[in-house]
Design a protein around this ligand. Structure first.
Ligand code: ATP
Ligand code: MG
Length: 358
């Protein structure tokens, strides 16, 4: 498809010469002689790139630029001027202009600018669609009454700062629930820091969580900021919390009680403002019986308990999940979406799904 380029300049000679250059190179040219007309065209024609003169009678280029950006930040704008001064260039970049070219216009320079600008906005588009893909992957699919209860719990828990304990079998979606709580919380602009307590060796977990000073133990060659500090103002997700040693449990309890951490090898306490979400596929009450989990920590964590039931108890979700994943994988692999016959769906619905959704 031809890229469409709008030139806003009061000088007819400039518009004409740009028209020649652009059309010769196979671009579609749009022209406007005033800022006012230009703005209307940006809105109506949604060009891929705008060349914008700075000095124009009436509304000048910087004002037009501001208005374009206010209406749609994504439109790439390149400023043109015969009176280029460093300060206007800086002003224009601050206001969101991508680049700056000077009159008289050299056709090579114009074409390079166009290529750069259009490549860059294509990249930005790709980033936007990547972000959408991430969102699709973190989407919680399902409409069963069981899952609705989970969604209600997410909605209720999200705006608070209360600690949440998510339980359920392996693969039921505990991490998704944790992310959804963070995403819907007031902390969503800050970080979601995940710690897999089962995957980190016991002698490293404390420095992972709380950080350490350089030289605090053999092998501590550099200072390390702990996950609690990294998550300041955001959310920390303590995954597989049932696998944490009693010693680490005692330290985590202290953070929850005092809201402060100490790096290993340092006596200084650091205040942290962190919301804690924990998850486990163990039955912590059993672990308390066995003496492997602290009861006081359990009560601190389970302020809002959220139980995610296994898939076999919410068979209504299976057809929706099957379609969701079939579409996702088809898209990933450039297949046409698969159709699933009612008989096949029936088999899928009766299956036991020991690994649940994972
Ligand atoms: N309701 C759902 N809709 C869509 N995808 C889901 C749903 N529940 C789980 N998933 C997907 O299933 C996989 C497992 O989910 P998740 O990691 O959240 O489960 P988990 O309970 O933390 O599992 P584990 O105990 O194995 O760590 C992920 O890829 C997740 O995206
Ligand atoms: Mg998990």
């Amino acid at each position: 498809m031809k890229s469409r380029i709008l030139v806003i300049d009061d000088e007819a000679a400039i518009r004409d010469s740009l028209r020649m250059i652009l059309e010769y190179e196979g671009y579609e040219f749009l022209g406007a002689a005033t800022g006012q007309d230009g703005l209307a065209m940006v809105e109506r024609e949604n060009p891929d790139l705008v060349f914008l003169d700075i000095k124009m009678p009436g509304m000048d280029g910087l004002e037009v630029l501001q208005r374009i950006k206010a209406a749609n930040e994504a439109v790439p704008v390149v400023m043109i001027s015969g009176h280029a001064t460093v300060t206007t260039a800086v002003d224009a970049t601050k206001l969101g202009a991508l680049d700056f070219i000077e009159k008289p216009l050299a056709s090579e320079r114009v074409l390079v600018t166009i290529r750069n600008a259009i490549d860059r906005s294509r990249l930005a588009d790709e980033n936007r669609s990547l972000k959408r893909v991430v969102e699709v992957r973190h989407q919680i699919v399902g409409e069963s009454p069981h899952l609705k209860k989970v969604m209600d719990a997410i909605r209720r828990a999200a705006p608070t700062n209360a600690t949440v304990l998510i339980t359920g079998e392996s693969g039921v979606g505990k991490e998704l629930v944790a992310r959804a709580i963070h995403r819907n919380s007031l902390r969503s602009r800050d970080r979601f820091v995940q710690v897999n307590c089962a995957a980190i060796p016991d002698d490293l977990i404390e420095s992972e969580l709380f950080g350490h000073e350089k030289g605090s133990f053999t092998g501590a060659t550099e200072k390390q900021i702990g996950k609690f500090e990294q998550a300041d103002k955001g959310t920390i997700f303590l995954d597989e919390v049932g696998d944490m040693s009693l010693k680490t449990q005692a330290k985590v309890l202290r953070v929850l009680q005092e809201g402060e951490v100490e790096r290993l090898g340092s006596a200084r306490t650091i205040k942290v403002d962190v919301r804690v979400i924990a998850a486990t596929n163990k039955n912590l009450e059993d672990e308390i019986e066995k003496g492997t989990f602290r009861e006081d920590l359990y009560f601190r964590l389970a302020v809002i308990p959220v139980y995610v039931p296994p898939l076999r108890e919410r068979k209504d979700d299976i057809p929706l999940l099957v379609r969701h994943f079939a579409d996702l994988f088809a898209r990933d692999n450039n297949f046409r979406p698969k159709r699933i016959t009612p008989a096949a769906m029936d088999v899928l619905q009766r299956y036991r799904w020991k690994g649940n959704i994972r």
